[in-house]
Design a protein around this ligand. Structure first.
Ligand SMILES: NC(=O)c1ccc[n+]([C@@H]2O[C@H](COP(=O)([O-])OP(=O)(O)OC[C@H]3O[C@@H](n4cnc5c(N)ncnc54)[C@H](OP(=O)(O)O)[C@@H]3O)[C@@H](O)[C@H]2O)c1
Length: 338
């Protein structure tokens, strides 16, 4: 049977917020599979902040996308045809092969992960039980290293990574303060995710609220946003504080990202200097599977809650990325394809 794959190709490099013209929506017919190939039908596509950096003509975590290449991204879907002895029709997998509705790939593709048996919807394996959840776990445990009784502050606290960081921090016995944009997100973080407090940075005085909520200073700051928030947090960092730099989304649309002041620059000028470094989730590839199970157990026990922003329709992926880059998402941003 012939399938028609819709895919977004990078058409033009963005200046600032990526406009629709930055992508071209293309269709290809998928012909018969070769030996050791599988065909996956995407159910959900993950939309993530790092995608913006891949559209620039500069090195971010990895080399940039070339014009004409399929837009980068991860999906979850079912194997619908298989010429591989490793994958059967019906297997649920995550795969990192870009913005596509059907994914034809070799069974040796290292980005494919089989999704474990679960009561949760498949979309969770792109969020809390996927890359963002693992990012939260690795950054907090291996870079932040919080101790019981310490104060942990998390920015973009209602988001895919931040929400998991704060809930793990509570499990570890920390006092956890979130920072989020707007009253609705802030209420969700404190009431649903059970952080001790959340500061609405769009409507509240962050420095005043930090003075009130962190009388003993900050021991770990999990950095997701950069910019002014980093500078305000800096004033409260204790001697020996740790700052896992996960990202700095406030600058991702900059027309001169290489010239931007990053959290690393800001933190390096402090005295005493906190222990701080950029980290990337792929530093712990060998721990992906076991960490997925750990997070799965937390979810099964109701210790980690999650929220998703699901946009219907593959053609709306560009708008969903703009939503993430401007805070219009509320929780893990996904596109429902099938
Ligand atoms: N190092 C790694 O391996 C790795 C892996 C995954 C993600 N990350 C990073 O982790 C961070 C969070 O990613 P996520 O997937 O969890 O996204 P997310 O938090 O679900 O969504 C992004 C959020 O960032 C906030 N935001 C957007 N524009 C902003 C701005 N100009 N200033 C301040 N905040 C802004 C918004 O929250 P508010 O409405 O609350 O402002 C928005 O909802 C990003 O920096 C991302 O690059 C890093």
């Amino acid at each position: 049977m012939n399938y028609h794959n819709s895919r977004f190709l990078l058409n033009k490099r963005p200046k600032g917020m990526p406009e629709d013209e930055c992508w071209a929506l293309d269709t290809e017919t998928i012909t018969d599979l070769n030996h050791n190939e599988i065909l996956i039908q995407s159910e959900y596509l993950s939309i993530d902040p790092y995608m913006r950096g891949k559209m620039n003509d500069s090195l971010s975590y990895t080399p940039p996308l070339k014009i004409g290449e399929v837009m980068v991204g991860e999906s979850v879907g079912r194997v619908i045809e298989s010429k591989s002895k490793n994958y059967a029709v019906g297997d649920l997998v995550t795969v990192h092969q870009g913005w596509q509705t059907y994914i034809r790939t070799k069974d040796s593709d290292p980005s494919i992960l089989k999704v474990p048996e679960s009561k949760f919807n498949s979309s969770i394996f792109l969020g809390t039980l996927g890359m963002p959840g693992r990012t939260a776990y690795f950054g907090l445990n291996y870079v932040g290293k919080p101790q019981p009784g310490e104060t942990l502050v998390v920015s973009a606290a209602s988001g895919a990574v931040g929400g998991v960081v704060g809930q793990l921090g509570k499990q570890m016995g920390c006092k956890v303060i979130g920072i989020a944009g707007g009253p609705e997100k802030s209420k969700f973080v404190s009431e649903e995710l059970k952080f001790d407090q959340c500061i609405d940075y769009k409507n509240e005085n962050v420095v005043e609220k930090l003075s009130e909520f962190c009388p003993d200073g900050i021991d770990v700051y999990f950095e997701n946003v950069g910019g002014e928030i980093t500078k305000m947090i800096s004033k409260f960092l204790n001697k020996g504080a740790r700052v896992p730099i996960c990202g700095f989304i406030s600058k991702y649309n900059s027309t001169n990202i290489a010239g931007e002041e990053t959290p690393f620059h800001v933190l390096s000028t402090l005295n005493p200097k906190p222990r701080h470094r950029f980290f990337v989730v792929t530093e712990w590839l060998n721990k992906f599977e076991e960490t997925t199970y750990i997070l799965h157990d937390h979810m099964n026990r109701g210790e980690i809650k999650t929220r998703e922003s699901i946009t219907q329709g593959f053609e709306n992926a560009p708008q969903a990325l703009r939503d993430v880059l401007s805070g219009r998402n509320f929780g893990k941003q996904l596109i429902k394809i099938k």
